[in-house]
Design a protein around this ligand. Structure first.
Ligand SMILES: [Zn+2]
Ligand SMILES: [Zn+2]
Length: 253
């Protein structure tokens, strides 16, 4: 069963597109009565994008120092974890693995945010026109297939412990729908996760955006029937969003 007292996916100002210090997130989690908070900051390697939405090497050094301080300071009130949301890049597997080996991680979340077109990267989960127009030109169906195939490789190749926001791809493209072919790849991803003991994240940022978590209820039910463990994550990008909508998760399981 899902632990609703644990938020396993929050960001901080360190990734440049979230607000708030790490300590503010810990205080928000305590105020909401959570037992556990896991930071899951963004790692990307070799991405050529219009802005940096991930941590630098120095940022990660600070992140771990501050994480250790907060773990100790608040240990009587809440369990604090330092994890990482790994953005897959099919061209940089070795570099990603080398980086992961440099630190201990309380959680390794697998995501796939950036897609390469002609040497430039575009963000699968962004609402910016820069991205949505580029994906529209490639073709939404094709982009979803590439995204899911990449996720399957990431699950197989990286030491992930949780798969994040599975069907968040092209979430700002109104015409998006998953076809039979996409569902087959998702089933393959679930089988790979099961064999590695990976959990599936119920990402409640989707409830704010589309009234359903990521992934949608039909995928959650398939994963549950297969015996894949589920974990809850708010994907908070500001302290106020820690633990958001956790009381509604049961509606989708
Ligand atoms: Zn983010
Ligand atoms: Zn995230």
């Amino acid at each position: 069963m899902i632990d609703f007292k644990s938020d396993g996916h929050v960001h901080t100002r360190l990734c440049h597109h979230a607000r708030g210090e790490m300590e503010e997130y810990v205080l928000a989690a305590i105020a909401r009565g959570l037992d556990e908070l896991i930071f899951l900051e963004h790692l990307e390697k070799g991405v050529n994008y219009i802005e940096s939405t991930w941590l630098s090497e120095d940022d990660f050094a600070y992140y771990h120092r501050e994480g250790r301080r907060l773990k100790e300071k608040y240990q009587a009130k809440i369990k604090v974890g330092v994890g990482i949301e790994v953005g897959y890049n099919p061209r940089r597997q070795e570099e990603i693995l080398d980086f992961l080996n440099r630190y201990p991680w309380d959680r390794i979340g697998i995501s796939y945010h950036f897609y390469e077109i002609g040497g430039k990267h575009y963000n699968f989960v962004s609402r910016k026109e820069y991205n949505t127009l580029a994906f529209g030109a490639v073709g939404v169906d094709k982009v979803i297939s590439h995204y899911l195939a990449g996720l399957l490789d990431a699950v197989n190749l990286l030491p992930g412990t949780v798969l994040c926001h599975l069907d968040a791809v092209l979430r700002y493209h109104p015409e998006v729908c998953f076809g039979r072919e996409h569902e087959l790849i998702i089933n393959e991803i679930f089988r790979a996760m099961l064999s590695k003991g990976m959990a599936l994240e119920i990402n409640t940022s989707g409830i704010a955006l589309r009234g359903q978590p990521f992934p949608a209820a039909n995928f959650i039910r398939v994963a549950m029937a297969m015996g894949i463990p589920l974990v809850a994550g708010s994907d908070a990008h500001r302290p106020d969003d820690v633990g958001r909508y956790f009381s509604r998760i049961a509606e989708f399981c």
